[in-house]
Design a protein around this ligand. Sequence first.
Ligand SMILES: C[S@@+](CC[C@H](N)C(=O)[O-])C[C@H]1O[C@@H](n2cnc3c(N)ncnc32)[C@H](O)[C@@H]1O
Length: 205
Amino acid sequence: MSFYADHVFPVVLDIATRPLMPQRKALIAAAKGRILEIGIGTGANLPFYSDLASEIVGIEPDRAMLAKAQQMAAKSHTAAVVKLAIDDAQNLQFPNDSFDTVIMCLVLCTIPDPVKAVQEAYRVLKPDGQLLFLEHVRAPSTMVARLQNWATPAWKHLGCGCHLNRDTESTIHSAGFRFLHIERYQHPKMMTLGASMIQGVAVKS
Ligand SMILES: C[S@@+](CC[C@H](N)C(=O)[O-])C[C@H]1O[C@@H](n2cnc3c(N)ncnc32)[C@H](O)[C@@H]1O
């Protein structure tokens, strides 16, 4: 990729998302069974898996990110088997109905075709499986959403493909998921244009 993408962005990402640690912890605590974490990045969620996790499969298209996740996996104390692989959320290598939990954490802002990625998550989840998500999204305020639209073309470069203005709740719903629980909130410690969050649990309907 580039020096920025390989060496600078992973560090910036970890620092910029530090305020989300409590939200990451709460999300990941509910992950159970055989788990697929989409776009695992630097592995920032790995310390938060509980004993409910039996196997964690982390996929990532970016080799530099995956190398960082491998270092994090080596340090993490999870009892689960951790497997990390290069893969694309838009075209997953796994058969239908193969995971109990799919995690999408701060990825639907970045994946080029988020609709395809959510359809793939739906496909690989078992019929009684759960999608756990934590995403920054298009703001409910029209004025902030306009600013997000304006800033996104430049932001995409800084954030290695990140969009500030995606309606991710609709994307998840349109793939056929039913929300068991969804929280919509403004994160008080994130910068305004990336502070509108959704977090929750969705199941196959
Ligand atoms: C903002 S980072 C979040 C990383 C991590 N999930 C976290 O919570 O810190 C977005 C991640 O999505 C990954 N990504 C981008 N395109 C992807 C794709 N097509 N399939 C899977 N992951 C992708 C990026 O490489 C990056 O690691």
